[in-house]
Design a protein around this ligand. Structure first.
Ligand code: PDD
Length: 284
């Protein structure tokens, strides 16, 4: 079965799913995106993801359709691709115009693309049972990474470094030695005192939806979260480490730069949070 994408008003087979060469997303990375988890064929946390999308559009890119209409398109792409377990991706750019750095005239319509893909659930569960390795990489991104911009070159380079070093994710290190977040995930540790720590949601990280839902999961378990920057050194000496993202929910981290975290196995806090996460996430 051919995959189907939504491109500017039409559902088309992937091979015909194309945008103009002068789309500002292609020319300048002038666009924003969202990724939602799909589980049991249903969107997870659509409401929160669309709220964040709206916030990213503060870049003065117009929402191409109502939120309700976008919800219909997302569900249609999931259905047409028969996604049970996977992700749905949506991207909005400032549209197609002759290449010029300044914004185009107001009548230029934003471009909207939606795609979906299946993920192998057993593969993810095997990974989570083993835990993953991360490596540290300097955080050299721009100052507004709270906006989910499609301009991801530093993230791409960081992830490639991780892969080449045999790890699955890169943890980005600010100039002061603190861990901001992962190349496409938020970073967490459990300190030797048992406190769960993650970077505050300021302009230095993306305010992860999984991160937000996990706050509720932690609260229900009676665990307090410390929202503060933590250093790479502190992470290396942590009892546990893990990351969060829509596609991986809670993923235990068992080594940093080749050195084991705790006993080098997924920790009990991360494991419990992964198990309980979907009780707190919204369906549909
Ligand atoms: N990435 N930080 C960054 C830099 C991210 O790209 C992401 C998500 C997150 C976690 O956000 P959330 O919990 O809302 O997925 C944090 C998506 C999955 C991606 O780029 O594929």
């Amino acid at each position: 079965m051919s995959r189907i994408a939504y491109v500017n008003g039409r559902y088309v087979p992937m091979r015909n799913a194309v945008v103009h060469v002068e789309d500002r997303g292609y020319q300048f990375g002038d666009g924003v995106y969202e990724v939602c988890e799909v589980r049991g064929g249903e969107l997870i946390d659509r409401r929160r993801h669309l709220a964040r999308l709206k916030r990213s559009l503060e870049l003065r890119i117009r929402m191409p359709m109502t939120e309700a209409a976008l919800g219909v398109v997302l569900r249609e792409v999931i259905a047409r691709n028969r996604i049970g377990y996977g992700t749905v991706y949506m991207q909005i750019t400032r549209g197609v115009a002759r290449r010029d750095h300044a914004f185009p005239t107001p009548e230029v319509r934003p471009s909207l693309v939606v795609t979906a893909r299946s993920l192998q659930r057993t593969r993810n569960e095997t990974l989570a049972a083993r835990g993953i390795a991360v490596v540290s990489v300097p955080d050299n991104r721009w100052g507004r990474v709270d906006i989910k911009s499609i301009g991801l070159l530093p993230n791409v380079l960081a992830r490639q470094t991780a892969i080449e070093k045999g790890a699955r994710e890169a943890w980005l290190i600010a100039k002061d030695g603190t861990v901001t977040e992962g190349a496409s995930s938020n970073a967490w540790i459990v300190t030797s005192a048992g406190n769960v720590v993650t970077h505050p949601a300021d302009r230095a990280i993306l305010r992860g939806i999984t991160r937000m839902v996990l706050f509720e999961t932690l609260k229900a378990r009676g665990l307090a979260v410390e929202e503060r920057p933590f250093t790479l050194e502190e992470a290396r000496n942590a009892r546990e480490a893990f990351l969060t993202s829509a596609s991986q929910t809670v993923m235990p981290v068992v080594s940093i730069d080749g050195r084991p975290v705790g006993d080098g196995k997924p920790g009990p806090v991360a494991t419990a949070l992964r198990r309980e996460f979907h009780r707190f996430a919204e369906r549909g």
